[in-house]
Design a protein around this ligand. Sequence first.
Ligand code: CTP
Length: 402
Amino acid sequence: MLTGKHVVLGVTGGIAAYKACEVVSRLRKLHAGVDVIMTENATKLVAPLTFETLSNRPVAVDTFSRIESWDVKHISLAQKADVFVVAPATANLMAKLAHGIADDMLSTTLLATKAPILLAPAMNTGMWTAPATQANLETLLSRGVHTVGPASGMLACGDNGAGRMSEPEEIVEAIVKLLTAKQDLAGKKVLVTAGPTVERIDPVRYLTNDSSGKMGYAIAQAALDRGAEVTIVSGPVHIAAPVGAKVLPVQSTMDLYHTMLENAPLQDVVIQAAAPADYRVENPADQKIKKQDGESLVLTLVENPDVAKAVGQQKRPGQVLVGFAAETQQVTENAKKKLAKKNLDMIVANDVTAEGAGFGVDTNIVTLITHDELKPLPKMTKRQVGDRILDEALRLLQQKAE
Ligand code: CTP
């Protein structure tokens, strides 16, 4: 599975260092080449000979010992890596990497590498939650460093909380994902809309739609992982945006409309997973509306523009537009009508009443409808749905380029 791939594994002096042995052994079983670099402290927990035996390669410890076949060791290992993993990654290692400190073999090689970096943090809960560690983590994530874990549970120090290194199996899974990720959207610009919009009634009240933003964010994450340049136009949601995406926040459907008319023409693929409110309050009140002693409150709602339709009207040749159809009945028929009306290339039909589909959950059941095909998909995670939508969008993009 990983034949021809090379993993450089840094092992720091965390008590979880012994678990790194299993990471090496599992990687070897998948036929990856593995070079291990240990910090001085790690060698006090696990003997380098253990890693040498498991990896069948010499283990590097400090910058000054000489191993003949390596040119300038830290540079050659940095270049050789297809992925650079540090497991366990201590707070100290993370701090050094975040600040560019290179004072031993591991930190020097890590600083020099251009390979994707994966950290498996392991430390005491207090250290993990310390503002300094969290700020370092944020810096590293913003530079595209990947992490796996830490998990929560009983720690070696007796504390219970976040900080335990992920299990070797999970770490290897994350490595495999990084090594096998297809970059088929490299150089492509993908815009995803996500979440609901909100329409003000007065300063303390609003109308909105059911939408967690999970579907749109999952598509954005999938597009990022496949190398696309990703923009998310997002209504208010309670989930974190994927690292590396440009986020344009919007509130009302009118905001969404203006943001989309400006940004959609710059994209290769536009996927509209947002649930914009179809109506807005005609005259939102400037001050909080007071109760009128038993009298009904009448709000006049006026129709919002159909954003997808407006984006469809200005579609550039070669551009691929994808919409969603949230339906509760006659799903396919209604979706097909929207495909035509909004000048879309594909519509993702979604029966929001089906179990395991729709709002708030992590799975979805959809049918991908293009002008020439109808593909019902089984229940899958929103991330998997995202990948299937992108596969299809890429196919349409290539078809248009022919
Ligand atoms: N959409 C939009 N602007 C709106 C409403 C919807 O751009 N004012 C987009 C959604 O992002 C989605 C698609 O249009 O990609 C279909 O949304 P949906 O709510 O299913 O359909 P509507 O067009 O609002 O039709 P209806 O409410 O009559 O089902």
